[in-house]
Design a protein around this ligand. Sequence first.
Ligand SMILES: [Zn+2]
Ligand SMILES: [Zn+2]
Length: 276
Amino acid sequence: MRALFCGVRGSTCAPGGDFVRYGGHTSCVALAHDGTPPTLVLDGGTGLRNLSRHLDGHPFRGTILLGHLHWDHTQGLPFFAAGTHHASDVTVVMPAQGDPEKVLERSFSPPHFPVTPGELEGNWQVTSYEEGDHDVEGFHVVAADIPHKGGRTFGYRVSDGAATIAYLSDHSPVGAGDGPEGLGAYHRTAMDLAAGVDVLIHDAQHTAAEFRSRHQLGHSAMEYAIGLAEAAGARSLVLFHHDPSRTDDEIDTLVATHQGGPVEVIAAAEGLVIDV
Ligand SMILES: [Zn+2]
Ligand SMILES: [Zn+2]
């Protein structure tokens, strides 16, 4: 399996010279079977625009799994050139919460935006999942509710039969208890999603020092992500959903600070490719 990081920023875009190496686009990770174009995409933040370049002019035919519906996970959808192609075939999936197309339209229709999902070029379908096991685009996907602020949120575990990743882009583990360091509980759902994965992609919006004053925003401290990766036996951790004010140099320093533990720790960057 190949994971292509198209957008790694949390909350809102971060343009400007201090953010060019890790990138300013919001959450989007594309997955591909070995040697084929990506067909399964995790979240449709503005980073989704980057995916078109990797499809060599071909229309996108696949599925976009939304972990939840916040702006930083959906605003790339109407700007996805390979998806808004006359020959595209795009299925957008969200956590079940009423009529999925109408739910998406609440932020994706006039007067908020000039068009609705139904007016996009190409063949688009909007649907939903309940928690549980799903087979999609040749991947096995486990979807599970995880705590976050402001709406139903799924974490995903994705396997191609040989490699497995977990994706918890927005996770507020204090919603399940304070945990041993006050950074949130290593609760059963997070442990099950991350158990023994090759790559854990996890919310790393805050540092532990910042967390005390920001835990109410619904995200994780990177120290929690490291603790979860270790507790769940993940092989590697990709710090994801960087705070929009976190500069490249600051991310470098934080990653360097967290080297030497039992789990390999890297920071997600726009354009990063991981062959799992
Ligand atoms: Zn987010
Ligand atoms: Zn969110």
